[in-house]
Design a protein around this ligand. Structure first.
Ligand code: ZN
Ligand code: ZN
Length: 423
C-alpha cells in the first residue's frame, strides 16, 4: 500500500504539504497556516471590539484617584484601561491631612492580608511623595510583628524608633532594614555602635553591619563616624521635550565619545556630563567644574566600570577586567543622547528611591532605587563606599526598556563608577 500523495498548502507563499485527510478538515491549509489565520482573525476581533475604560473618570478626590490607581484589574483583552494622565506624585501633593489619614486607615485595614500589596505601595508612596507622619500605620504594622517596607520607616517618630531599637536587639532582618532607613541620630548611633561591637547574630551571619547601614544610604567608618552616601538635593531627569532648551547644558546624558571600550570595542559613553557651575548641581562632590561619568554601557551591565580622572588628560579605565565582557557583535541600543534633561523643580530625596514607585525614576541626587540588592560601589583606589549621584532608568528613554544605570563618585580619589541592575 502506498502513502497518499501530499497536497500543497493553499497559502501561496507556504511551502508545506498536507495529507488529503487534513485538507478536508482545514479547507486545504496546513496547521501552522490555519493557526496563523485564527490568530489574525482573533486579533482583528479584539481590535474591533476593544473598549477604552478610564478608571479615573469622574474622580476628583485624591484619595479616590490613588485607590483607583492601585485597584487590581483582571486582564481582559477587550478592555484597555487608560493610564492616569498625570504623575501619581502630583495627586499625592493634592492630599489634605484628612486624605493622608484615610490612606493610612486603608493601609491598617489591609495590613494583615497576605494577598494585598496595596498597603505596601501606599506606604512607600506616602514616604516618597509626601512628608506625612506615618507612625499610626507603622505602629499597626509593628503590633503584627511587621517591619516592612523598610523605606516607610524613614521619618519614624519616638515610639516607632523605640520599637525598632528593641526589635533589633535580636535577629530580625526586616527590623534591621527598617532601622537603616530611619533618618535620626538615635538610629545612626546604634549602627555606629554595632560597627565597633557587632551583635552576635550579625557576626554569625557573616554580614558586615555596614551592609545594613547602606540600605538607608549611610556608611559608618571604623571610628564610628557616619557618612551620607547620597546628595541631599534631588531633581528629576525629564524628557528633553518638556525641559527648557537652556537646561540641556547642565546635565547631558548618553554622550558617545571617540574612545573605544578596552574590553568590548564599542564606543565609550559619558553616562552623564554634569556642569557644577549650574546652581542646581553645586552639591555634587567633585573637585572640577565638569564631571564626566564615563562608562561602557554594554560592559557595565556585566560588572562595575570605573574611570580615574586624576591626571589632566582623558579619563582612564580603572580596575579589574569584567569577567564576561559582551561580545562585539550584536545590536546594543544606547541611551539616546540628550533625551533627558535636568528638571528645574527640586523633589524629595526619596522621590525615586524604590523601583516599585510608579513615576519615572531617572534623577540626579537623592537616594537610589536599587532594582536588586543595595549596591553602593567601593572605590577601587581607597576602598571606601562611593557616593551615589544619579540614576537613569532605561524605561524613561526606551518604551520597552528595562533596568537602571547608576552613577557614583569618590571625590577624594577622582574616580567615577557605574553599575547596572535589572529585574
Ligand atoms: Zn565595553
Ligand atoms: Zn576613593
Amino acid at each position: 500500500m502506498t502513502a497518499p500523495e501530499r497536497l500543497p498548502c493553499k497559502t501561496v507563499e507556504c511551502t508545506r504539504t498536507i495529507l488529503p485527510s487534513t485538507a478536508v478538515e482545514t479547507g486545504g491549509y496546513c496547521q501552522p497556516c490555519i493557526q496563523e489565520q485564527r490568530r489574525k482573525a482573533h486579533q482583528e476581533y479584539v481590535l474591533a471590539n476593544r473598549k477604552d475604560v478610564d478608571p479615573f473618570a469622574g474622580l476628583v478626590d485624591p484619595v479616590d484617584i490613588i485607590l483607583a490607581f492601585h485597584e487590581p484589574r483582571p486582564h481582559n483583552e477587550l478592555i484597555r484601561y487608560l493610564p492616569l494622565q498625570r504623575p501619581l506624585a502630583s495627586v499625592y501633593r493634592d492630599l489634605s491631612s484628612s486624605g493622608v489619614e484615610r490612606l493610612i486607615d486603608h493601609v491598617i485595614a489591609t495590613a494583615d492580608s497576605e494577598h494585598e500589596s496595596r498597603g505596601e505601595h501606599l506606604l512607600i508612596e506616602l514616604a516618597a511623595y509626601t512628608t506625612a507622619n506615618l507612625d499610626r500605620a507603622l505602629l499597626a504594622l509593628i503590633r503584627q510583628g511587621e517591619y516592612y517596607p523598610g523605606m516607610a520607616f524613614c521619618r519614624a517618630g519616638d515610639a516607632v524608633r523605640d520599637s525598632l531599637l528593641t526589635a533589633t536587639e535580636t535577629l530580625n532582618r526586616h527590623a534591621l532594614h527598617a532601622l537603616a532607613w530611619v533618618d535620626h541620630p538615635s538610629a545612626r548611633e546604634r549602627f555606629a555602635h554595632w560597627q565597633k561591637h557587632p551583635p552576635d547574630y550579625l557576626a554569625s551571619l557573616h554580614v558586615p553591619t555596614s551592609s545594613y547601614a547602606q540600605i538607608g544610604g549611610w556608611q559608618f567608618e571604623s571610628d564610628g563616624c557616619a557618612r551620607r552616601l547620597y546628595l541631599q538635593t534631588c531633581r528629576a531627569l525629564i524628557p528633553a521635550t518638556r525641559g527648557a532648551a537652556s537646561d540641556s547644558h547642565a546635565c547631558r546624558i548618553g554622550i558617545t565619545t571617540g574612545q573605544p571600550c578596552p574590553q568590548c570595542g564599542r564606543p565609550l559613553t559619558d553616562l552623564m556630563i554634569l556642569d557644577r557651575n549650574d546652581q542646581r548641581l553645586t552639591s555634587i562632590p567633585w573637585p572640577k567644574r565638569q564631571l564626566h561619568v564615563r562608562t561602557c554601557l554594554a560592559c557595565t551591565c556585566y560588572g562595575s566600570v570605573f574611570f580615574s580622572h586624576s591626571d589632566g588628560g582623558h579619563p582612564a579605565w580603572l580596575g579589574e577586567a569584567i569577567p564576561q565582557p559582551p561580545s562585539q557583535d550584536g545590536d546594543w541600543s544606547p541611551l539616546p543622547a540628550g533625551s533627558l534633561v535636568l528638571d528645574v523643580a527640586e523633589r524629595g530625596v526619596l522621590h525615586g528611591a524604590s523601583d516599585i514607585l510608579p513615576d519615572p525614576l531617572s534623577q540626579i541626587g537623592g537616594l537610589p532605587a536599587w532594582v536588586q540588592d543595595t549596591g553602593y560601589l567601593s572605590c577601587p583606589t581607597c576602598a571606601k563606599a562611593m557616593t551615589f549621584i544619579g540614576q537613569i532608568s532605561v524605561a524613561d528613554v526606551h518604551q520597552h526598556g528595562d533596568g537602571m544605570y547608576y552613577a557614583l563618585v569618590c571625590s577624594a580619589c577622582q574616580v567615577t563608577g557605574t553599575a547596572y541592575q535589572q529585574t
